[in-house]
Design a protein around this ligand. Structure first.
Ligand SMILES: [Zn+2]
Length: 507
């Protein structure tokens, strides 16, 4: 429907402006017909959803499970657990909304297809005047979906929907997160909930299974040519996992934007009746017509998975940034208080991290094990953590596969295996290095020979990043040169991040 002509008069005046392209802009400026309507009245017709929703009658607030079929004025709150935007090109969005008590299928006839940003997990409030029965309708096959309703927002004054965009942590963000069939008062288990591993092995066959997973990665948005219809389709691959297995969840078309705000190792999804496909290589899950997706649900199993993921991530966490504002590096290296510690001294002192203050000192150690070549061959010379995932490369910059941002990497501290002194050994991967200390380790000995007076050699010309430009021969030479070398480390111990940090290296 063309809604550019707000009144009868303007409708008739149309033929007088053959050169006008019929844009509302053209009408409003020079050829405004002056039909007596105020601009806000015109705006209300052109964009009815811009008006604040002020219902003229009373709507009863009601949980979805208690909705009665027939004409009733109900105000319903819930979250979107499935949807199809512009359902089969029929001019409406099809939504499945739950509030934990039940589910309702909602048809939203839109004026502009882009009027609503539909995302899985979004909270909605619905005002409706009629509840239909789902039995017999296609939505009847959706679990717990026994009622339906149809909304004409902006067209009649009696039905409306607001898709809320709640701020994280706000009241609206917290509510309505209890999944269906979950009695929080006497919670024992969620019916049909299974591990990802058992769903992938046989559970998908039952057709009723639910999985509780955490997002592991969100791939880039891709366009794919459909073999059947020759259409180009948008798709995103979401890596998901629990403590038993990992898998790929594919989202298509209108559901692709839902994944944009999902955070790896943080966002939890409860998916009931996911679709299952296995084209021989690895299984893929999807969201079908009768699937439901609860985003960040609140119930005991989800809390358990959240904690599990946290402890798994802590174990895997590889990157700890150097705490650059903790110490005065120059003072620690050249200042008056330069205590020499043994490895055993340091271990003794940091055994009770809560009771000690940050301190610095020197250690004289021999490098016992080098893994430079090993990491170079594996492509893990440099690393960083982005989007809660490790990012590796032999180059000092890399693009995160998840957010597609270019990131500056640091040198992987695991290129040194271990260091010893007469009192003990320190696994070098436990250290956190300052960039400048790496440069002193790799290029400092040569610089020292020429500038004996200056104990911090001028290394501006050289940096550890030069290491990444070397070929195999030079790297092997570097590795052999450093192995069994004796160096003095200026270190700092910090309770945050509870690590021994290397501030400088002297030869
Ligand atoms: Zn990233």
């Amino acid at each position: 429907m063309d809604v550019n002509f707000p009144s009868i008069q303007s409708f008739y005046s149309r033929e007088l402006q053959p050169s006008s392209q019929g844009t509302s802009d053209g009408l409003s400026k020079s050829q405004k017909p002056g039909d007596g309507f105020t601009s806000s009245e015109v705006e209300a017709v052109l964009d009815p959803l811009s008006r604040p929703w002020k219902p003229s009658r009373h709507y009863e607030t009601c949980p979805i499970s208690l909705l009665e079929t027939g004409p009733h004025n109900y105000q319903i709150s819930g979250r979107i657990v499935n949807f199809a935007d512009n359902f089969r090109d029929q001019g409406f969005h099809f939504l499945v909304v739950t509030d934990g008590s039940g589910a309702i299928a909602v048809k939203v006839y839109y004026i502009k297809v882009s009027d609503y940003q539909l995302l899985l997990g979004r909270r909605v409030t619905i005002w409706t005047t009629f509840i239909g029965d789902s039995t017999g309708a296609s939505s009847g096959s959706i679990p717990f979906c026994s009622s339906t309703t149809t909304l004409y927002p902006g067209r009649n004054g009696a039905t409306h929907i607001i898709v809320h965009n709640d701020d994280p942590g706000s009241d609206g963000d917290r509510i309505l997160r209890c999944p269906l069939e979950c009695n929080l008062k006497e919670y024992e288990y969620l019916p049909a909930l299974m591990t990802l591993k058992s769903f992938l092995s046989t559970g998908y066959d039952l057709g009723e299974g639910k999985i509780l997973v955490c997002v592991r990665s969100v791939g880039p948005r891709r366009t794919v040519q459909s073999k059947k219809t020759q259409q180009t389709l948008e798709m995103v691959e979401v890596g998901i996992f629990d403590d038993t297995a990992t898998c790929v969840l594919k989202l298509w078309e209108g559901k692709v934007p839902s994944a944009k705000s999902w955070v790896p190792n943080e966002t939890i999804l409860l998916i009931s009746k996911p679709t299952y496909k296995n084209r021989g290589t690895s299984p893929e899950l999807g969201i079908g017509f009768s699937s439901m997706v609860d985003v960040n649900p609140m119930f005991p199993d989800a809390d358990w998975l959240r904690n599990k993921v946290k402890s798994m991530a802590k174990k895997q966490s590889v990157y700890i940034p150097f705490p650059s504002n903790t110490w005065d590096t120059e003072r620690a290296i050249n200042g008056p208080d330069r205590t020499l510690f043994t490895i055993a001294d340091v271990e003794d002192r940091v055994r009770h991290p809560e009771s000690i203050v940050d301190f610095t000192g020197k250690m004289n150690v021999v490098i016992l094990e080098m893994k430079l070549m090993e990491h170079w061959r594996k492509g893990t010379l440099c690393y960083l953590e982005c989007c809660n995932m490790p990012l590796y490369s032999n180059k000092p910059v890399a693009i995160c596969k998840n957010c597609e941002l270019k990131r500056d990497l640091v040198l992987n501290q695991r290129i040194i295996g271990s260091m010893v002194d007469e009192s003990g050994m320190i696994a070098a991967n436990k250290l956190v290095w300052r960039d400048g200390a790496w440069t002193q380790l790799f290029f400092g000995s040569a610089a020292d020979e020429t500038q004996e007076v200056d104990s911090e050699p001028d290394l501006i010309e050289q940096s550890w990043e030069d290491l990444t430009t070397l070929g195999t021969e030079s790297l092997r030479y570097m590795e052999e040169f450093l192995l069994y070398s004796r160096v003095t480390l200026t270190f700092g111990w910090s309770s945050q991040p509870e690590k021994v940090c290397v501030l400088g290296v002297e030869w």
